[in-house]
Design a protein around this ligand. Structure first.
Ligand code: NAP
Ligand code: MG
Length: 483
């Protein structure tokens, strides 16, 4: 018997109106079936949006501290269920169990952070030129917010979008990615236990083209928050613009690390491996371009290759595994096609490059950790997001050229530099085109209390998380009061 999971609409678990289902399998072992999720239609999305609409006035009128109580409770319940949720995440999209558990702990912390936000100030008093008047700002929620999320952070991203939406008084309808839907449904079981009023939180599982599109184009949805690929993000942004609603898009990256000649090369190699290959390279902030000053190029490459050769690939539930499989067959195919492209373009494979198919790998979507040498900046593997365990080594003549090469892409999410030179650190902070700037630390690293988002094609230029979330999930009213 395979488990069935359901949509959550108006406080009820429900199968979709289509009665169609999608089977969810484990990318580490395709014989392992996690269950079936509804392949919903636009009708289900409409129902969920209607429920969120009905609930919005009462939720908005509740005090911030009272809304915060629900988030505190949700944090407690998630904390109590974190092992099961992390295990589900590993089975559903392949991330190793320690990483999945770390992410779930982060989900708990995000809920607590925004629960507290319910007690913090929501406006400012501004001196009016009329001495008898009070002028101040208040923040209004948008109303019904549509949340569309990717599969690579199945707990953190849905929570870092929903928690601020809710605390500032919005109701939500989420369409999680097909590839991470069961994990999202398990989060909703926690939210249900936390007792949110009917209709405040709703989940509809289904494809992006049907359910995602139905949310994006529905007249009742007043804001869309999206994380995912650049292609889909652009479409969503255009739809939102047509209707004149607020939208927030966080998209891909092609994140560089710069290794200068003054760098601690061991530290830089460890951080490059961790930033580039943890989560099988499937983080939007993952390092994918490794730009190394020529004086230390060979020495750094040797250290990097040594560390890559020590990586243990396997099922993320095994304790010995450091890197799991690709999250799906289409991810695997995409990674392999980029590896092929890299070879065709003349880059030199110096580690990995193949699918793993022997023994316990036979039933999973495994690929070797891969490193290309002699990559030039015009190659597709140096320009396009691969979203897999592939590093591209690029040689630079000096620090200035390293920055030029680093900026020579359309994306601008995260970037890191390894240097002991303070002037270089300062120049890097100023000149690098990235929303997350990391000095002597890996490119992947996000703290929930700080703003997060990209520059250039990586983002719609709004920021998520921390206090920055308030800017997206509310509108400011400037109030002038005269007695
Ligand atoms: P994706 O293919 O763009 O999908 C993201 C979400 O959009 C999924 O829920 C998808 O549904 C849905 N969708 C697809 N087509 C849609 C449409 N026409 N209308 C509305 N929704 C639609 O991205 P992904 O493959 O899940 O995730 C990988 C990407 O996310 C990478 O590019 C990565 O860099 C990016 N990412 C960015 C950040 C960041 O914060 N900057 C963080 C994590 C990931 P389905 O279920 O049908 O796929
Ligand atoms: Mg996709």
């Amino acid at each position: 018997m395979v488990d069935s999971f359901y949509n959550y609409i108006e406080g009820q678990w429900a199968s979709s109106t289509t009665d169609r289902w999608t089977k969810v399998i484990n990318p580490a072992n395709t014989d392992d079936v996690l269950g079936n999720v509804p392949a919903s239609s636009s009708k289900d999305a409409e129902k969920a949006i209607l429920a969120a609409k009905k609930a919005k006035t009462e939720w908005k009128k509740m005090s911030g501290p009272s809304r915060g109580e629900y988030l505190y409770k949700a944090a407690e319940v998630l904390d109590a269920n974190k092992e099961d949720i992390a295990r589900t995440m590993t089975r559903e999209m392949g991330k190793t169990f320690p990483e999945a558990l770390g992410e779930t702990n982060r989900g708990v912390a995000i809920l607590r952070y925004y629960a507290g936000e319910g007690m913090r100030k929501t406006g400012d008093v501004i001196p009016s030129s009329d001495k008898d008047a009070l002028m101040h700002t208040i923040r209004a929620p948008l109303g019904v917010v549509g949340v569309i999320t990717p599969w690579n952070f199945p707990v953190a991203i849905p929570i870092w979008k929903m928690a601020p939406a809710l605390i500032y008084g919005n109701t939500v309808v989420i369409k999680p990615a097909n590839g991470a839907c069961i994990t999202a449904i398990k989060i909703f079981k926690c939210l249900e236990e936390a007792g949110f009023p009917e209709g405040v939180i709703n989940l509809v599982s289904g494809s992006g083209s049907e359910v995602g599109n139905a949310i994006t184009t529905n007249e009742e949805v007043a804001g869309i928050t999206f994380t995912g690929s650049d292609t889909v993000g652009k479409q969503i942004g255009q739809e939102a613009l047509k209707r004149g609603i607020k939208y927030q898009l966080e998209m891909g990256g092609k994140n560089p690390v710069i290794v200068t000649k003054s760098a601690d090369l061991d530290l830089a190699a460890t951080a490059t491996v961790s930033g580039g290959l943890k989560s099988t390279g499937q983080k939007c902030t993952a390092t994918s371009r490794v730009i190394v000053e020529k004086d230390v190029y060979e020495e750094f490459k040797e250290k990097l290759l040594q560390k890559v050769s020590e990586i243990n690939v396997g099922d993320g539930l095994e304790e010995t595994t450091w890197m799991g499989p690709c999250a799906s067959e289409s991810q695997l195919d995409n990674v392999l096609s980029y590896i092929e492209k890299g070879v065709k373009e003349g880059a030199e494979l110096v580690a990995g490059g193949s699918r793993l198919t022997q023994g316990s790998f036979a039933k999973g979507y495994y690929v070797e950790p891969t490193v290309f040498d002699n990559v030039t900046t015009d190659m597709a593997i140096a320009q396009e997001e691969i979203f897999g365990p592939v590093l591209a080594l690029i040689k630079a003549d000096n620090f200035e050229e390293s920055i030029e090469l680093a900026n020579n892409v359309e994306f601008g999410l995260s970037a890191s530099v390894f240097t002991k030179d303070i002037q270089q650190m300062l120049d890097f902070m100023d000149d690098i085109e990235a929303g997350l700037v990391r000095v002597n630390a890996e490119s992947a690293g996000v703290e929930l209390q700080a703003p997060f988002g990209g520059m250039k094609k990586s983002s719609s230029h709004s920021r998520e998380q921390g206090e920055a979330a308030k800017e997206f999930f509310t509108s400011i009213k400037t109030v002038f009061v005269k007695g």
